[in-house]
Structures are given as structure tokens and as C-alpha cells.
Design a protein around this ligand. Structure first.
Ligand code: IVH
Length: 672
């Protein structure tokens, strides 16, 4: 065979295999028997082997990458990935719908109802018709590049049909089907590995695998539900038009989609879906209602975390009957003692449940939950399983009433009662459980994301009394850590460098990491966006704090209580002293004071390596000069701004022929 014929045949075979993949995975209507498909696939593999010069990364034979990654790159989303607000009753959803009618001053409003899939949100970008990138939601602004793992999902085309739009970003939900989940868990148990608690955890765990082969061995699938960025000047008039785009592109959409024009239609669809959803091959925890018209969506806008044109309706949680084996006390980050029931394991909502929260002493007393009781537990999606009912008539008489301990089960300090909040608290600031939870939260991924400081290391530090405050982390050194078991020189190095690097984290991560009650990651971001620095937040009055959009009195009060407590004031001072970001970011201020221009109009830039200022500084400069910043290098990247120790992005840029600028070149380019 001549190279030319081989090239044409490879192209033809790829298109055929892609077509049959669509017929099989998407339409569930295969046109040819499996054997015939296998033959086409085999011929393609053989030809690609014989003519490796024609092997494309987008060939349907190339789903599983060959080499494990060292870590996931962070990529900035082309558009913010938002979440949804929830409703739990028909009344709430009716209020929401009627408010939309009122705000839009219309009588009828066509909306879409579709299943809410209990999976992991992803963004998928196609450029020039090929799958360019897939990323997790992360904090909504940026997430992990999980392209390698997403490519292993067979229903997802690596290359789009030529007549479909070729440049766009869509959002969807990755999930593990019930059946695949059960098989996989059975295999894990068989292999002596711990089973996953539920399909969503299994999905999240799989997406975090660095080895694409591991991901390929697990049965993931993907359904799309929303649009992100649209290229080539493409517009979509409605959510319905988005489904047409999915159809053209050969991407999967939800199995049931209703378009209804009024409230009766909405409630009808939600009820119908509740009947049907249990037959779907994946876990659903609700229905999503979306305004169909995209122009109306736009005019409704969004809050800081969710669109105002869509809402989730959560179905009633599933219940199951089981027995309380024992009641145990957990000490939380704030010192609150929480009774937790250890249960005879029971299956509910696709999960095996063996623990349920009893919330607090009052709850246990009110329900009179006792060790040995038969109880009804309830579980809904994310929510921790809870005991909702006790079967008193099944008591044998041997069950003992619950008594809250008078001393902390961890440190033996006499507990205190907070009369208003029904909470029983361990007042000891050095209580090891409390400290462990506080430090774990601070180091966690969503907060300071300290590499090398996982829960096990935190526990060790606390047990060895090397840390009782967050600030202690910044005074660790190799000699202190050297005495710890299972802590080799490599782990020590990782931990110390992770702690050091964390000083460069944006201030909102630190604020969130402090674990102040009611101050979540979204409020932390909003607060820092608003006040500009941690110092300014600490100085703000209650009124100033409360006046910030989406913050409110509860958060404002909690912040003030925290800042005014003598213990935290001292700790904040220590954190400031070790170099954490309290002062306004001088670099960012300088950057925003610079003049703007359009010298970078139309360029897409990526920043990597260590530069003289935080990356945010340069990102801001690029934006002020009309450019766009993305997280990963592709053929579309205009240039890579690279500092010292630039790694894989540099290699990729060089491979793709993307120009690489150092800081000096970059500043010169700005001045042009
Ligand atoms: S629409 C702007 N539709 O649920 C956000 N989301 O709890 C629009 N989800 O972050 C999201 N199924 O990841 C939408 N049919 C569906 C969904 C869905 C699951 C996820 C999504 C979202 C989360 C919010």
C-alpha cells in the first residue's frame, strides 16, 4: 500500500469508527454487528502501526494515553462555572417560577425540566473539531485539567463530525452507571481494596487518577447539560437549541427533557421525572428547571454562585431501616461535641451507610435515640445521613438512654454549654481533635491546598505536639519533623516546601482556611474582591461587612466575633509575621494603576514558572491590555509568559511552536 492510499484509508476508517461509536454509545442503535466494528477498528490499528506518520492523537484508537501524569495542571475556565440553588418543595419551586414571571413581566415562560445527575461537573472544550481539554469545576474559576481521563469515556467523541460546529465549550456531569459501580466495587472487595461509598465518590476518585489506564478500567460516562463558551461567532437562542448542538456534535444529553410553558407543566414534569428517574442507569437527586430563552437568561443574570434563570428541585431523600450499634462523640473544628451513631451497614440512595449524625445532644434527647435501637435513616445526595425516626415499639428494654459526657472524650477537659446554640463545647484550644480538624481544614484542597500535608501528617504533627495553632506550621523545620515515624526525608521536604509555597496563596484561601464559622470559600472570595485585603476586612465595621452583596449579618457577626477574640487576634498577628497575605497586594495595586491599552487585543496567553511578581499581577496586566489568560497551552495560544523553573507548559509550547516570552520580552511587548 502506498503512503497516500494508507493515509486516505486511515482517515476513512477513523470516520467510520467514529460514526459507529456514535450509533452505539449515543443512539444505542448499532448499524453493524460488534464483529464488523471490531474488524474496522483492528484494520485501523494495524494501518496506524504500519504508517505511524499518519497516527493522529485524535484517532479513535488513542483513547488511553500511555504515560501517567505527575500531577494535574490547573486551568482557568473560559467562563465561570456556576452552581445551582436548591428548592425542596413544590411550593418553593412555584414561588421561584412565579417570581420569574413577575420579574420578566410576562404571563407564560417556557422552561426546560431535566434530570439532575449526581455526578462530577466537568467542562469540555472542542477546538477545530477535536477534543482539546476537559477540566473539573474546581472553585468555579479554575479547575484541574483532566483531559487524559475524560478521553477514556467511550461515548465522548475525540473528533466531531465535520458538519457540526467545531469550536465550543460545553458543561456536563461525569458519572459512574449503577451497574458499572456495583461490578467495580465487587472487584475491589475481591482484590482486598476498600469499596467506594457511592458512585459519585467513585467518579471523583477515578477522575483524580494520574494513570489514564486506571481511568480507562473504570466505567465512566458523561452527559452534557449546559453551554459555556461558543466560538466562530456562534449564538444559541435557547437551551433547546443547545440540545440540537449536542445532537449535531454527537454529544450525549439527559435521557428525559421536558419543555413546558407554565407552572402546571413544571410540576407535572417534576412529578413524572420522579417516577421515571429510578429506572435511569445513573444516580439522580433532583430535577433542574432552566429558562429556555437565552436572551431571557441573560437578562435575569446570576448571583455570586448560581444563575437566577435556573434552579434545582431536590427530591425527597431515600430512607432505610437499620440498628444503632453505638453512639460516639466527635469533636469538631470549633470544639462542638457531636454525637454520631454507628449503624449496622445499610444500603440507601446508592450508598452503604454505616454512620449517621445525631446533630447534638438536644436532638438525641428529643428523639430519645439509644444504643441498640432500630431506626429509620435518611440520606439525600451530599447530605450526611441522619436518623429521622426511632422504632420505639421494637425496643427490648436493654437499650440505655444517651448521656452527653461531661468531659471531652479526647482531652478530658470539662465541657462547656453554649446556652443559645444548644452546643456542648470542648473549651480547650489545644484539644488534639479540635486542632487536627482545624489544621486539616486549613491545609485542605479547597482552602490553602498545602501539598505534603494530608490528614495523616496533620494527625502526626498534632500527636507529637508540634502544632497547636495554624501558625505553628510555619515554624516547622527538618529537625523537628525528623523524629516522626513514617516521615522520611522526602515527605519532610514536601511538607516544608508545601507550607512555604502556601504563603503565596491568594488571601481568600487563607481567610477560608481560618475556619471562621459561616465563612465559606465563596464568601471569602467575595469579601476579598470587595475589600481588597485581609487587613481591610479586619478593619471593616459590622455595617461595612453586612452591606457587601451576598454576605449578610450572620457572616458579618461571625467575622467580627472572630477578629475580636483575643486568641484569634494573637494568632492573626503570628500569621502576618510569617508572611501570609494580609496587606493589600502591592503588585496587584501597581498593576491596576497601570494604563490600559489594546496592545494584546485578540491574544490568548498562558503564564507559567516563577516570575518577579505573583502570576495574578501579570494576568491583570494582560487583561488590561486586551488579552486573555488561559491555563493550558494549545496551538491557539499566542504566547507563553515563562518565568524560572517553567515545566511541562514550556515543553508543550516548544512542541507546538508557541512563542515563549520571558518577563523582559513580555514587558517590552506591552510597551509596543
Ligand atoms: S445546569 C450554571 N443541569 O448540579 C449552572 N446542572 O448542584 C447550571 N448538575 O453545578 C447547571 N445535572 O454540575 C445543570 N441537568 C443539569 C444538571 C446539573 C447535574 C450539576 C451541575 C451543577 C450542580 C449544582
Amino acid at each position: 500500500m502506498t503512503p497516500d492510499t494508507a493515509k486516505a484509508r486511515i482517515n476513512d476508517l477513523s470516520r467510520q469508527v467514529e460514526h459507529h461509536n456514535r450509533r452505539y454509545y449515543l443512539d444505542a442503535e448499532p448499524e453493524i454487528p460488534d464483529r464488523a466494528y471490531d474488524e474496522l477498528h483492528r484494520e485501523l490499528v494495524d494501518l496506524e502501526k504500519a504508517f505511524p506518520q499518519f497516527l493522529s492523537a485524535h484517532s479513535p484508537t488513542q483513547r488511553v494515553g500511555s504515560s501517567p501524569l505527575e500531577g494535574f495542571e490547573t486551568v482557568t475556565h473560559l467562563q465561570l462555572m456556576m452552581s445551582l440553588d436548591n428548592t425542596y418543595s413544590e411550593e418553593e419551586i412555584s414561588t421561584f417560577y412565579n417570581r420569574l414571571l413577575k420579574n420578566l413581566e410576562i404571563k407564560k415562560l417556557p422552561v426546560i425540566i431535566e434530570p439532575k445527575i449526581d455526578g462530577v461537573a466537568v467542562s469540555v472544550v472542542y477546538r477545530d473539531g477535536v477534543l482539546e481539554r476537559a477540566a473539573t469545576r474546581g472553585d468555579g474559576r479554575s479547575g484541574d485539567d483532566i483531559t487524559q481521563n475524560i478521553r477514556t469515556i467511550e461515548s465522548l467523541p475525540l473528533r466531531l463530525p465535520p458538519d457540526a460546529p467545531q469550536n465550543f465549550e460545553v458543561r456536563g456531569e461525569v458519572y459512574m452507571p449503577h451497574e458499572g459501580f456495583a461490578t467495580m466495587n465487587a472487584r475491589r472487595v475481591n482484590d482486598g481494596e476498600p469499596p467506594f461509598a457511592n458512585p459519585r465518590n467513585a467518579t471523583a476518585g477515578t477522575l483524580k487518577q494520574l494513570d489514564p489506564q486506571a481511568a480507562a478500567n473504570r466505567p465512566l460516562d458523561l452527559i452534557f447539560h449546559g453551554v459555556g463558551w461558543l466560538g466562530d461567532g456562534m449564538t444559541l437562542e435557547s437551551q433547546n437549541a443547545f440540545y440540537e448542538l449536542l445532537d449535531q456534535a454527537g454529544l450525549r444529553k439527559g435521557d428525559y427533557i421536558w419543555k413546558v410553558d407554565d407552572l402546571d407543566g413544571v410540576l407535572g414534569a417534576i412529578r413524572e421525572l420522579d417516577k421515571k428517574r429510578h429506572d435511569l442507569p445513573y444516580e439522580t437527586d433532583g430535577a433542574v428547571m432552566k429558562v429556555n430563552d437565552r436572551a431571557l437568561q441573560e437578562s435575569l443574570g446570576a448571583t455570586s454562585k448560581a444563575p437566577r434563570w435556573a434552579i434545582a428541585f431536590k427530591y425527597q431523600a431515600e430512607q432505610a431501616e437499620t440498628r444503632v450499634l453505638s453512639i460516639e462523640i466527635q469533636v469538631g473544628r470549633t470544639g462542638a461535641l457531636t454525637p454520631v451513631a454507628n449503624l449496622e451497614p445499610v444500603h440507601v440512595s446508592g450508598t452503604t451507610v454505616s454512620r449517621a449524625t445525631l446533630h447534638n445532644e438536644g436532638e438525641v434527647k428529643r428523639k430519645d435515640v439509644r444504643e441498640g435501637d432500630v431506626v429509620i435513616i435518611e440520606k439525600a445526595g451530599e447530605i450526611i445521613p441522619a436518623v429521622v425516626e426511632v422504632k420505639y415499639d421494637q425496643r427490648k428494654g436493654t437499650e440505655k438512654p444517651f448521656e452527653m459526657p461531661t468531659t471531652c472524650p479526647t482531652c478530658d477537659t470539662a465541657v462547656e454549654r453554649d446556652p443559645e446554640q444548644v452546643a456542648v463545647l470542648c473549651p480547650n484550644p489545644k484539644c488534639p481533635d479540635k486542632v487536627k480538624r482545624k489544621l486539616r481544614h486549613y491545609a485542605a484542597r479547597g482552602a490553602m491546598d498545602i501539598q505534603g500535608l494530608g490528614s495523616a501528617s496533620v494527625d502526626q504533627l498534632v500527636e507529637a505536639q508540634l502544632a497547636t495553632h495554624i501558625s505553628d506550621l510555619y515554624h516547622l523545620d527538618a529537625s523537628k519533623l525528623g523524629g516522626l515515624e513514617r516521615m522520611g526525608s522526602k515527605s519532610i521536604k514536601n511538607l516544608l516546601s508545601g507550607v512555604e509555597v502556601s504563603k503565596q496563596q491568594p488571601a481568600w484561601r487563607m481567610l477560608f482556611g481560618l475556619g471562621i464559622r459561616h465563612v465559606g470559600s465563596t464568601s471569602s472570595q467575595i469579601l476579598l474582591d470587595h475589600f481588597g485585603s485581609m487587613e481591610a476586612i479586619m478593619k471593616a465595621s459590622f455595617e461595612d461587612l453586612e452591606a457587601v452583596d451576598d454576605v449578610g449579618a450572620i457572616v458579618a457577626r461571625s467575622l467580627q466575633d472572630f477578629f475580636q477574640a483575643p486568641d484569634s487576634a494573637e494568632e492573626l498577628e503570628r500569621l502576618r509575621a510569617v508572611g501570609l497575605p494580609f496587606a493589600p497586594n502591592k503588585a496587584a495595586e501597581d498593576a491596576s494603576a497601570r494604563p490600559t491599552s489594546d496592545s494584546l487585543e485578540g491574544t490568548t496567553c498562558v503564564i507559567t514558572g516563577t516570575l518577579s511578581q505573583p502570576r495574578d499581577y501579570f494576568a491583570q496586566l494582560i487583561k488590561q491590555h486586551g488579552g486573555k489568560v488561559t491555563g493550558s497551552v494549545s496551538a491557539k495560544t499566542s504566547f507563553l509568559l515563562a518565568g524560572e523553573k517553567a515545566g511541562s507548559k514550556m515543553t508543550k509550547a516548544e512542541k507546538l511552536g508557541v512563542s515563549v516570552l520571558n518577563e523582559e520580552d513580555f514587558l517590552a511587548k506591552l510597551a509596543d
